[in-house]
Design a binder for this molecule. Structure first.
Ligand SMILES: C[S@@+](CC[C@H](N)C(=O)[O-])C[C@H]1O[C@@H](n2cnc3c(N)ncnc32)[C@H](O)[C@@H]1O
Length: 229
């Protein structure tokens, strides 16, 4: 990270410069500026360390401790199958359960793109629903990112782990899927992404996303819609 970028980060003031913002920077540095237990729920889709994209050459061991420091109620991480053991060790006693998700229409392709099964690890409490998710993908476009999470998956995770108006952090925002789902579902977000091009993509997607009424989509209504597809 250049001195310029570090200087910009140092000027950020909590919470006004963080909430409902896409912050371009190294998540370990940005998260270090947030006081303990300020975030209701954290979703982290880290690099997997499989060398399949230019950012995918490492698994950022240790970020798990930082998200546990910040989270009030829960964290969910998708770390790639290869890192599940490491991530469970890092979560330690806070580790609760795996979250299994299955893409019912099975139309996925690609090295790092949508997969038909997504395994995540959770710490903290599932507020509603079970640790099994079924979803159908409606939009197969790649969002100019090699590994966007399906929006349907992100909605299901957010509805299980948070309430309207909660503050949700994604330290590896990529193309911005978590922030888009938060905006749709009436949650506040903080998105951190190291690559400025991906930050622009996330900003663009957010600008095109309408904020729905907090009460417009309930958990059961949304899960029912997913079932129907
Ligand atoms: C698996 S992708 C996330 C994809 C995202 N869930 C989406 O739906 O688009 C991981 C992202 O982490 C970013 N990244 C890697 N190291 C980072 C770091 N230290 N701080 C912040 N972002 C980082 C990469 O640029 C990449 O976009």
């Amino acid at each position: 990270m250049s001195n310029n970028s570090l200087n910009k980060l140092a000027k950020l003031s909590w919470p006004d410069d963080f909430i409902d913002k896409v912050i371009c920077g190294n998540c370990l540095e940005v998260m270090g500026l947030i006081p303990d237990k300020q975030i209701d729920f954290i979703f982290a889709d880290s690099p997997y360390g499989r060398n399949k994209a230019d950012w995918d050459f490492y698994y950022p061991i240790g970020y798990e401790k930082e998200i546990l420091r910040l989270a009030k109620n829960g964290v969910v991480i998708t770390c790639g199958e290869k890192n599940i053991g490491t991530a469970i060790t890092q979560l330690g006693d806070e580790y609760k359960a795996p979250i299994y998700a299955w893409n019912k229409n099975g139309m996925t392709r690609g090295i790092l793109g949508y997969q038909n099964v997504i395994i995540a690890l959770c710490a903290g409490k599932i507020k509603r629903g079970q640790n099994f998710i079924q979803f159908s993908i409606s939009d197969l476009s790649r969002k100019n990112h090699p590994a966007p999470k399906p929006i349907e998956y992100m909605r299901a995770i957010i509805l299980r782990f948070s309430d309207p108006m909660d503050l949700i952090l994604d330290p590896f925002l990529g193309s911005g899927t978590t922030a888009v789902a938060c905006k749709e579902l009436g949650r506040h977000f903080i998105g951190i992404e190291i690559n400025p091009d991906y930050c622009k993509i996330a900003e663009h997607r957010l600008a095109q996303t309408a904020c729905q009424s907090e009460l417009a989509i309930t958990f059961h209504e949304l899960d029912h819609k997913v079932e129907e597809k």
